[in-house]
Design a protein around this ligand. Structure first.
Ligand SMILES: Nc1nc2c(ncn2[C@@H]2O[C@H](COP(=O)(O)OP(=O)(O)OP(=O)(O)O)[C@@H](O)[C@H]2O)c(=O)[nH]1
Ligand SMILES: [Mg+2]
Length: 291
């Protein structure tokens, strides 16, 4: 898609402050846990992550993997591994995959562990979670806090005022995540973020987004649209036609018998985000990967 994205307005006013906060927290940690949305691993990656985390080890996490296509998850895992990254796939809500996090962090920080050991030290490793809005940062931190014996360890002196969660594997996790701004300059990326709920609905035209999502789903998972909304989409059908049909089939009417397409749009987005339209991945890694 090469059109602009006038239906999403993004105000980057708070970025400088956010960036400064992340930069100061980064000074306290050895590694960064970079949360990506498994449905849109590329679009959910912050454009400045490389620059921001320079000199830090990075663990890539494909979160919400339960909502994404399992075959696509395998491709993305292979893609990140081929780049030499440590990567884990998880569901921060149920905790599936979460036990693999600590071992992956220890592998990532192997050299530091060995250096410390050579000096007769056994300092906890320190990490923080980074990710765009709604990607599951708080869910993951809560999960890890529940799983750890010492729920929250305060480490005065080293990091005044900061709260840490002592994880297994001798790892301390900063209990406040860094919220990164999404990439908003690319319309395709903005669309993915709107579909998955990373961009708030009140800064965009929900009906327009819903129409575009319906067109996308007509290609990616038409049978889910048939099963759930009795639609029989063909790939050429305009989204607005599909949205109107959806509203009619669900009985969403406003006075005068007109179809409430806004309500239809909100329901569609809600149900897609909740995984009720199947496990859908919106973008695949570049071709060179063979799993
Ligand atoms: N299905 C599924 N839902 C998830 C997963 N992780 C988080 N969620 C849901 O995604 C939504 C956002 O999760 P949060 O943990 O609040 O995300 P966050 O990154 O802290 O969001 P902000 O604080 O707004 O930046 C919640 O409704 C979670 O229940 C996951 O792995 N699978
Ligand atoms: Mg949060």
């Amino acid at each position: 898609m090469d059109r602009e994205a006038p239906y999403i307005q993004w105000f980057p006013g708070h970025m400088t402050k956010t960036r400064r906060m992340i930069e100061s927290d980064l000074k306290l940690v050895d590694a960064v846990v970079e949360l990506l949305d498994a449905r849109t691993p590329k679009s959910s990656q912050n454009p400045l992550i490389e620059e921001l985390t320079k000199g830090k080890k990075r663990l890539v996490v494909l979160n919400k993997s339960d909502l994404a296509d399992p075959a696509a998850n395998r491709l993305w895992m292979a893609h990140f591994k081929a780049q030499g990254a440590e990567v884990v796939e998880l569901n921060a809500v149920t905790g599936k995959g979460v036990p693999s996090l600590a071992p992956a962090l220890r592998r990532l920080l192997k050299e530091k562990i060995e250096r410390d050991q050579a000096r007769g030290m056994n300092k906890p490793l320190r990490a923080m979670v980074l990710g765009i809005p709604n990607v599951g940062k708080s869910s993951l931190i809560n999960r890890l806090a529940k799983a750890s014996k010492v729920k929250v360890a305060d480490r005065p002196g080293v990091t005044r005022g900061k709260q840490w969660i002592r994880m297994e594997g001798n790892i301390d996790l900063l209990d406040t995540p860094g919220i990164l701004w999404p990439k908003f300059e690319d319309s395709e990326v903005s669309l993915h973020l709107a579909f998955t709920g990373a961009i708030k609905d009140d800064v965009m035209d929900v009906e327009e987004i819903a129409c575009l999502l319906l067109e996308r789903l007509s290609r990616l998972n038409p049978s889910a649209l048939t099963a759930r909304y009795k639609l029989e989409p063909d790939p050429e059908q305009p989204g607005y036609e599909l949205l109107t049909k959806l509203g009619r089939n669900r009985g969403f009417l406003i006075s005068g018998g007109e179809i409430d397409t806004e309500r239809a749009a909100r329901i569609l987005l809600d149900e897609f985000r909740g995984g009720k339209l199947g496990q859908v991945t919106l973008e695949l890694p570049p071709r060179e990967v063979t799993p």
